[in-house]
Write a protein that binds this ligand. Structure first.
Ligand SMILES: [Zn+2]
Length: 252
């Protein structure tokens, strides 16, 4: 929960008002932000506990909006819970069903969203400009073309993530949603939070580099690969998370 408040803090410029959402898996169920709740002031009652499988089953059905809402309501662990899960519950369920993904953070960082509205931004998803970007955000970012929020976006994310895994043989740590925002995935809260924070820093660096009008010198595939597979970088990655061990997941 502290992690969610941190994500929502105005000075972090990741979300405003009720933007953004977080989730954490807990076995065959997960906690997700309730619709309309503001992350910076959220408390335990601002999350809804939802069964994972019934939400995943909705991907295979063509339902009208009203039926989707009803199915979401029915997927709540506590049927008397007055709050509705976020409209983005589908994408959270899908991402939380990936191997080694326990926490999902979705935000709309201003600096990154500026870049994600530029034509051809997809090209930058495979760029890495500095070593810590590789360590915390992985060797590349998963690009997701624009789709309406809700089920259409969740389906687009599913398609892009499957393609990323097929091409690279690993689950992405960072996703860019065209004209929309950022998603980071982690085995725990600190890992997902570190990826968010580093992805935002990387966006600032990319924007700064592009502003010079000269082509940025990106790391080569060999350089990226070397950092990504170096054992001491994995050690450093763990140390970076551990410095943030005071941040807990949304379910705690
Ligand atoms: Zn969003």
């Amino acid at each position: 929960m502290e992690l969610s408040r941190q994500v929502g803090r105005p000075e972090n410029d990741l979300v405003i008002l009720a933007e953004g959402n977080t989730s954490a898996r807990c076995g065959d169920r997960f906690w997700v932000k309730a619709s309309g709740k503001r992350l910076h002031e959220i408390h335990v009652g601002g999350f809804v506990e939802v069964w994972l499988q019934p939400v995943l089953d909705l991907f295979d059905q063509q339902l009208e909006d009203a039926a989707v809402k009803q199915a979401l309501q029915a997927a709540r662990v506590d049927p008397d819970q007055p709050l509705m899960p976020s409209i983005e519950t589908f994408m959270h369920a899908d991402l939380l069903s990936l191997p080694e993904v326990e926490v999902v953070i979705h935000t709309h960082p201003t600096i990154l969203n500026g870049l994600l509205t530029v034509q051809g931004a997809e090209e930058w998803a495979s760029w890495r400009l500095f070593p810590d970007e590789v360590v915390l955000c992985g060797p590349a970012t998963c690009w997701v073309p624009y789709a309406d929020p809700g089920m259409p976006l969740s389906r687009a994310i599913r398609t892009s993530v499957r393609q990323f895994i097929a091409e690279r043989g690993e689950v992405p740590k960072v996703l860019w949603l065209a004209n929309h925002g950022l998603i980071t995935l982690g085995r725990n809260g600190p890992e997902a939070w570190s990826a968010t924070w580093m992805a935002v820093k990387a966006a600032r660096i990319l924007a700064g580099a592009l502003a010079t009008g000269r082509p940025p010198a990106r790391l080569t595939d060999e350089e990226i690969d070397r950092i990504h597979t170096r054992p001491d970088e994995h050690y450093r990655q763990r140390l970076l998370w551990e410095t943030q061990s005071n941040i807990s997941t949304p379910s705690t």
